[in-house]
Design a protein around this ligand. Structure first.
Ligand code: ZN
Ligand code: ZN
Length: 111
């Protein structure tokens, strides 16, 4: 099984054709919308052509590993473990999961 613990290993993964393919597939599945914003009733989409009329915020989308790559290398390319989020939510997501882990480190294996 592959490991993604070092920056080098991760970079190699994110550079791989497999990742690029699945990333596009996930964005398509999620309609190029941030799933986290959507849960909160906002619509944020990825668009290269910003239009006032669309009233949508131009923002960069990232495909996020719900269960972290580093700890779940077996789920690296599992589409059910991936979701499209905007950069804002992504930062929050990682901030939050960091806190969660700090508080509840002992429950980590549940995931
Ligand atoms: Zn968002
Ligand atoms: Zn992420």
């Amino acid at each position: 099984m592959s490991e993604y613990k070092t920056i080098e290993q991760k970079r190699k993964f994110y550079d791989s054709g497999d990742w690029k393919r699945i990333r596009e597939e996930v964005k398509r599945r999620d309609n190029h919308e941030c799933q986290e914003c959507k849960r909160q009733g906002r619509v944020t989409i990825d668009t290269n052509e910003y239009s006032e009329s669309a009233k949508r915020k131009k923002i960069q989308l990232v495909v996020h590993h719900i269960k972290e790559l580093e700890h779940h290398p077996d789920l690296a390319l599992d589409i059910d473990n991936l979701e499209t989020v905007c950069v804002d939510c992504h930062n929050k997501e990682h901030g939050r999961s960091f806190e969660r882990k700090q508080n509840k480190w002992e429950h980590d294996e549940r995931w």
